[in-house]
Design a protein around this ligand. Structure first.
Ligand code: CO
Length: 208
């Protein structure tokens, strides 16, 4: 793939869209009201729109290494607040993926330089779930489980924010934890039981 090809593809895409609907871009320019906020990994193989089968306008997207929702990351917090309070999305998805390089790196005893503080968030997930992960002898099974638990903890991080707490109460916003299985293409709903997870800690994080 070279740069010239990208622009040729773009021309082709415009023609395809206009062939179906001559007003496609005129309507697209009018505004957005996406149903989903999708928070996923930057990994080039995990393209949100393709794996969800969605079109422009249907999901507000934020991607970073290992789909982290860090409380002091102004970028993710701005995206979250804009999507929830202004666009009024009804669903927030944290989508991790197996074979995630970020999660893998956080399982290695290695100095990754500027990546260290970012990956530390995943090491903290490991610490929180150390008992469960420690019992998994097979390393690749443990890696898969850390991917899932990382999604779970990032969902919990969403639930710690005022914007999400308010939107759940006022209009029934829902948070979903998913994993994309890169080995099969399958999107898996982890069906996380947030009530059970938050039962003992909810009052600590209550802002709303
Ligand atoms: Co990844």
């Amino acid at each position: 793939m070279n740069v010239e090809e990208v622009f040729k593809n773009n021309d082709k895409w415009i023609a395809e869209k206009l062939a179906i609907d001559p007003d496609y871009f005129t309507n697209l320019a009018k505004g957005q009201s996406p149903e989903f906020l999708y928070i996923g990994c930057s990994d080039s193989r995990v393209t949100a729109e393709d794996l969800m089968g969605i079109q422009p306008g249907q999901a507000f997207i934020h991607r970073n290494i290992a789909n982290l929702v860090n409380n002091v990351d102004l970028n993710v917090m701005t995206v979250l607040n804009y999507a929830v309070r202004h666009l009024k999305v009804n669903h927030i998805v944290v989508c991790g993926h197996y074979n995630c390089g970020g999660v893998k790196a956080a399982m290695q005893p290695a100095d990754m330089g500027i990546l260290n503080p970012w990956l530390r968030n995943i090491r903290d997930v490991y610490r929180i779930h150390r008992d469960e992960l420690g019992k998994i002898e097979d390393e690749s099974a443990r890696y898969d489980r850390l991917v899932e638990l990382n999604v779970q903890e990032q969902c919990v991080n969403l639930l710690k924010t005022a914007a999400v707490q308010e939107a759940i109460t006022l209009r029934g916003l829902t948070v979903h934890g998913w994993v994309f299985d890169i080995r099969t293409g399958k999107l898996i709903d982890l069906k996380i039981d947030f009530d059970a997870i938050l039962k003992d800690i909810k009052e600590i994080y209550n802002l709303y």
